[in-house]
Design a protein around this ligand. Structure first.
Ligand code: GPP
Ligand code: MG
Length: 291
């Protein structure tokens, strides 16, 4: 049976494979305190990790306020990650449109709107996330400017050349990169900017380590190799301008999270993968040179 959703999108046109259905099911069901309690700190809900050193003083906060102090600090590092991504979008004009591909509960989009004041669209194949993020936009009084859509980032149906910037904040491990950058090449004009933060495995350490496989299993994702990003970009006319290895900067987030009341059990796999060098946390900014 075909279901027609509120925004007119047909479920079978948005989520097209058994794999995509399992990804949508995972995110529709997700209510993890590691995301909800952190988001409640300031009303910005993220689905990505953090960067930067944590303040070691949080470890000595008295029992009664200990959990709250750690959660607030983890959230500060998540916000710092999104800020860092947004530092790389290039100059933005008030009439530019920005696209958040795999927009989750909308955190990066709201921060982008706050910073640049322009229109943002987010797309996700999780209807629960669309509903949550649009409710947030209403609550903040920005629903006319920040909109979330039940769409597939591989085939958005959005107008060609209509975005100055597209970002993916830890979402590319759910898709084929060739297909993804093909769609982004359609959506960006010549000179448009793409910014990605991702985890990728290290081609130089012999492929997918056990720890990387554990991360894939935990999130129902398929982490790509580092080289896969640059090959797929080169094939679709994306020219990297900045590449930052954030591996060293994200380890403190995982160390603090491992000792937090909201640890989920995946912390050791990240710490092992980063420390053994089989996995990197990378920011890539690229200009679209086609079109
Ligand atoms: C989830 O963020 C992020 C992913 C599922 C992508 C995997 C990322 C890699 C770098 C491999 P989240 O905030 O929902 O995760 P968690 O619930 O663990 O905090
Ligand atoms: Mg999280």
């Amino acid at each position: 049976m075909t279901t027609i959703r509120q925004d007119g999108a047909r479920a079978d046109a948005v989520v097209r494979s058994a794999y995509q259905r399992s990804v949508a099911a995972y995110w529709n069901a997700e209510r993890d305190p590691v995301n909800l309690r952190l988001g409640e700190v300031d009303g910005i809900f993220h689905h990505h990790y953090g960067v930067g050193d944590y303040d070691p003083a949080v470890l000595d906060v008295p029992e009664a306020r200990h959990d709250e102090a750690i959660i607030t600090e983890l959230h500060r590092l998540e916000n710092a990650q999104a800020d860092l991504l947004l530092d790389h979008v290039g100059p933005i004009r008030a009439d530019d449109r920005l696209l958040d591909a795999g927009s989750g509960r909308g955190g990066t989009s709201f921060m982008a709107h706050q910073r640049f004041g322009c229109a943002i669209d987010g797309v996700t194949i999780s209807e629960a996330q669309v509903e949550f993020a649009n409710a947030q936009a209403e609550q903040y009084g920005v629903a006319g400017q920040v909109r979330f859509h039940y769409r597939n980032m591989l085939d958005t149906g959005l107008a060609a050349s209509s975005y100055q910037v597209i970002w993916t904040n830890e979402t590319t491990m759910y898709v084929d990169l060739g297909e993804l950058f093909g769609e982004f090449a359609r959506l960006l004009p010549n000179g448009g900017r793409y910014v990605c933060i991702t985890g990728c495995y290290n081609d130089l350490t012999g492929g997918r380590s056990k720890a990387v496989s554990q991360i894939d299993q935990h999130y129902t994702c398929n982490i790509h190799s580092r080289s896969a990003y640059f090959k797929a970009m080169a094939a679709t006319d994306f020219v990297p301008i900045t590449v930052v290895d954030l591996t060293y900067d994200t380890i403190p987030y995982w160390e603090l999270r491992a000792h937090s009341p909201v640890a989920t059990g995946i912390e050791d796999a990240f710490l092992t993968a980063y420390r053994e060098g089989s996995f990197h946390y990378l920011l890539i900014a690229a200009d679209y040179a086609g079109g």
